[in-house]
Design a protein around this ligand. Structure first.
Ligand code: ZN
Length: 298
């Protein structure tokens, strides 16, 4: 397991480094394979030894070796974040290669659009198309039972955000609508909490902006894709648990659940509920315990 963790962490760092190139160049219509990266300030080609994910940033203290221009902290943070997500995927879906691959592809997608949305305020179609093709290929090849659920989730998420976009055109871009569809493909029913968390965190950020900058903040263009990405990464690891908890807690049905439905991924969500359902299971017409006597007059 230790070797696998190191492998996934290294893969996350390397892919994160590649993604920062993709996110910078794709919106500008540049090639992602050539030429080698250059410092945007002095134009010096960045040597391979200065391009090692995270480590080079630390060694150079976040500056260009030649001209000392600051390298945005976003890059090492994104590389580190992707490494953490990859290791998380390995730990969460241990024995399921298809689920690990799907989680890794999803995390890479979210990392890419986070950067493009922050840097250029767009979510490129190219990124969404590549992601949708990769996700569909993994699902069709390895998780054929889930094609239906994931297709419905993708369609529903796309439609939900399209409706929001039509009602409030200034709130988000079409890129966000299409991203929601891709999230449905990767998350299945867990796309519902992902969108809710996305809207909630986006609204919270908007309120903070208005509190700090007053009504001028209303004109600030908020990169909504970043908040969808936050919802997506939370739902990737906790989405199924949230959906199960919601279904168990709020859907009308038989009042007695088997205790196991409250235990999601081995975590007991609410021990009182479990205790309660045990008590109800044990209730019903029962003989009084041996030795108990009914006292006359109560
Ligand atoms: Zn430079």
């Amino acid at each position: 397991m230790g070797a696998q963790i190191v492998f996934m962490a290294a893969l996350g760092l390397i892919l994160g480094s590649f993604i920062s190139v993709v996110a910078h160049r794709v919106p500008l219509g540049q090639s992602i394979v050539a030429p080698r990266s250059r410092c945007p300030s002095c134009g010096t080609q960045i040597a391979a030894y200065d391009n090692v994910p995270v480590f080079s940033y630390l060694a150079l203290r976040g500056r260009c070796r030649r001209c000392s221009t600051r390298v945005p902290l976003t890059y090492p943070l994104l590389e580190l974040g992707l490494a953490v997500a990859f290791v998380g995927a390995l730990l969460a879906f241990e024995d399921d290669g298809a689920k690990i691959a799907l989680a890794a592809a999803f995390a890479a997608t979210l990392a890419t659009i986070t950067l493009t949305d922050l840097e250029h305020r767009i979510i490129p179609n190219k990124v969404l198309i590549v992601s949708a093709v990769v996700g569909t290929a993994i699902v069709v090849a390895r998780l054929p039972d889930e094609i239906g659920e994931r297709a419905i989730a993708a369609g529903a998420a796309l439609l939900a955000l399209l409706v929001v976009k039509l009602v409030q055109p200034s709130g988000m871009g079409l890129g966000d609508v299409k991203l929601a569809g891709v999230m449905g493909l990767y998350l299945g029913s867990a796309v519902a909490p992902a969108l809710l968390i996305g809207f909630a965190s986006g609204a919270l950020f908007g309120l903070v902006l208005i509190a700090r900058h007053g009504s001028a903040a209303r004109k600030t263009k908020v990169p909504f894709g970043v908040f969808l990405a936050i919802g997506g990464i939370v739902a990737l690891f906790a989405g199924d648990a949230i959906v199960d908890w919601y279904v168990d807690s709020f859907t009308p049905g038989p009042s007695v659940h088997p205790a196991s439905t409250f235990s999601v991924h081995g975590i007991c969500l609410d021990s009182r509920l479990v205790a309660g359902s045990h008590a109800r299971l044990g209730a019903g017409p029962q003989a009084p315990p041996e030795g108990a006597r009914w006292l006359p007059g109560g």
